[in-house]
Ligand binder design. Structure first.
Ligand code: HEC
Length: 110
C-alpha cells in the first residue's frame, strides 16, 4: 500500500467514526421535529393542500387546540375524516415523534 493510500484509508476511517459518533449523539438527543415536519407534513400543512390547517394560522390552531392536545395527537396517529392521512404519511415516525411534530406545529402557530 502506498503512503497515499494509507493516508486516504486513515482519513476514511476517521470520517466513518465521526459519522457513527454523530449518529449516536443524534439518537440520544431530541428528535428533530422541525426537519421531519418539513419533510412530511409541510406538503399539506405548509400550503393548505386538501384544506389542511396551515401552520402559522393562529386562529385555526386555537380552534383545533380546544379539542385538547392529546386529541390532536390521536388524530395525527389515526388520521382524520379521510383527509388527514394516518401518521401524516410519516412511516418511520413513532407516536412520540408525531407528538413532537404536533407540538412544533402548534408552537409555530402561536
Ligand atoms: C396529505 C395531506 C396531509 C399530510 C401529509 C399531513 N396532514 Fe395533517 N391534516 C391534513 C388535513 C386535510 C387535515 C384537516 C382534517 C380535517 O379537519 O378534516 C389535517 C389535520 C391535522 C391535525 C389536526 C387534527 C385535529 O384533530 O383537528 C394535526 C394535528 C395534523 N394534521 C398533524 C399532521 C402531522 C404531524 C403531519 C406530518 C407527520 C401531517 N399532519 C401530515 C392533511 C395532511
Amino acid at each position: 500500500m502506498s503512503s497515499y493510500q494509507a493516508h486516504t484509508l486513515a482519513a476514511l476511517l476517521l470520517f466513518c467514526s465521526l459519522v457513527s459518533a454523530g449518529t449516536v449523539a443524534q439518537e440520544s438527543e431530541e428528535f428533530d421535529a422541525e426537519a421531519k415536519y418539513q419533510a412530511t407534513c409541510f406538503a399539506c400543512h405548509g400550503t393548505g393542500q386538501a384544506h389542511a390547517p396551515v401552520v402559522g394560522d393562529t386562529i385555526e390552531w386555537e380552534i383545533r387546540l380546544e379539542k385538547g392536545f392529546d386529541t390532536l395527537v390521536q388524530s395525527t396517529i389515526n388520521g382524520l375524516n379521510g383527509m388527514m392521512p394516518a401518521r401524516g404519511l410519516c412511516s418511520d415516525c413513532t407516536d412520540g415523534d408525531l407528538e413532537a411534530i404536533v407540538q412544533f406545529m402548534i408552537d409555530e402557530s402561536q
